[in-house]
Design a protein around this ligand. Structure first.
Ligand code: CAA
Length: 380
């Protein structure tokens, strides 16, 4: 077993860390305060190849592996979780399914612009009545000659307001339940596509989330991802990869909480000494650091398995479940170590807490991850 990063993995870690510290971190508090979409950072990430890390170069990506992707995600999210999720959605939930399920024509037309970051994507799975129960899709796609007519509403869609392209899930045959779901690549500028309400969120405020309404949208049949009825498997296998990205995001947030608390505990003096001299603080820091390492190792394992095209549903869910809960625990302890200063906006501790919470919810709640893990155990 080798725990060393490869030269390429070390290189992306250094590049991502430098960029995150110099460019992203100084803007993070303002992005959180204003909820402004970080267009400038997204453009810079595109130049660095961060919007299609594991997409082969021939398709416009950086041609690296999924461990590199997890490493870069952690560094960006360590500085700003909002910027992290914008990156994660484009990489895992948009480029990845187009790469794996798109025809040559679809890849040529859509993948290179997305992987190079000239365009941005979103993932249209969730609906008002289909959250955890992703199979309960109500958006319909009805065949009409060489196209489909799509009607329905998607909600809580990350990146929707800025997205050029949507990987969209629809019901083409209701009688077949989840086997009647079909996925498409849809241009957000097509007639009949409009944005709904922009959500006001607790955290990751600079990542825009809104609903998308589809009214008689004509989608060419050639834009289908896979065959009719393959959509649920497209969605689930895409989320297997997406959960690695969110696990890495959670590790980044947890690290931010821990590193900020460590720095504060060295500076802050009470009872005549820095508070890091007190065992109560030391034990919290030790637990945070240990859990963060464990979460990162689970995340790297899932990414390593994806690189080897091994089934990694259970391992991705374990990484996402554990890392997101570690992020919440680290963010809670981070505030505790800051005391009253942790509860006010002068320090980033309270932002880490608000940002951490979503990692236990999106791309499958912790309860759904436990379902995936236990179902894999039971099936053997
Ligand atoms: N890969 C391939 N196929 C898979 C699969 C996977 N990972 N998981 C399941 N399948 C297949 C099964 O083999 C089965 O196939 P057959 O019908 O041929 O036997 C089929 O899919 C149905 O499987 P299940 O019976 O396990 O399905 P289920 O209805 O019980 O649901 C679930 C499973 C795990 C609960 C699933 O619905 C789920 O993951 N829900 C959560 C949805 C989610 O994560 N949403 C996130 C939205 S995106 C987002 O959040 C983005 C963002 O904002 C950043």
């Amino acid at each position: 077993m080798v725990f060393d990063l490869t030269d390429e993995q070390r290189m992306i870690q250094e590049t991502a860390r430098n960029f995150a510290q110099k460019e992203v971190l100084p803007k993070a508090a303002d992005l959180d305060e204003t909820g402004r979409f970080p267009e400038d950072l997204v453009r810079q990430m595109a130049e660095l190849g961060f919007l299609g890390v594991a997409v082969p170069e021939e398709h416009g990506g950086a041609g690296m592996d999924n461990v590199c992707y997890a490493i870069a995600m952690e560094e960006i999210s360590r500085a700003c979780a909002s910027t992290g999720v914008i990156m994660s959605v484009n990489n895992s939930l948009v480029c990845d399914p187009i790469l794996r399920f798109g025809s040559d024509d679809i890849r040529r037309e859509y993948l290179a612009p997305l992987a190079s970051g000239r365009k941005l994507g979103c993932f249209g799975l969730t609906e008002p009545g289909a959250g955890s129960d992703a199979g309960a899709q109500k958006t319909t796609a009805v065949r009409d000659g060489d196209s489909y007519i799509v009607n329905g509403t998607k909600n809580f869609i990350t990146n929707a307001p800025q997205a050029d392209t949507c990987v969209l899930f629809t019901m083409t045959d209701k009688a077949r339940a989840h086997k009647g779901i079909t996925a498409f690549v849809v241009d957000m500028k097509w007639k009949g596509v409009s944005l709904g309400k922009l959500e006001k969120k607790m955290g990751i405020k600079a990542s825009a989330t809104s609903s998308i309404i589809f009214e008689d949208v004509r989608v060419p049949a050639k834009n289908r991802l896979g065959n009719e009825g393959d959509g649920f498997k497209v969605a689930m296998s895409t989320l297997d990869g997406g959960r690695i990205g969110i696990a890495a995001q959670a590790v980044g947030i947890a690290r931010a909480a821990m590193e900020d608390a460590l720095a504060y505990s060295r500076d802050r003096k009470q009872f005549g000494q820095p508070i890091c001299e007190f065992q109560a603080i030391q034990w919290m820091l030790a637990d945070m650091a240990t859990e963060i390492d464990a979460a990162r190792l689970l995340t790297y394992r899932a990414a390593w398995m994806k690189d080897r095209k091994m089934r990694h549903s259970k391992e991705s869910s374990m990484a996402k479940l554990y890392a997101s809960e570690v992020a919440m625990r680290a963010a809670t302890k981070g505030i505790q170590i800051h005391g009253g200063y942790g509860y006010i906006k002068e320090y980033p501790a309270e932002r880490h807490f608000r940002d951490a919470k979503i990692t236990e919810i999106y791309e499958g709640t912790s309860e759904i991850q436990r379902m995936v893990i236990s179902s894999a155990l039971i099936k053997g």
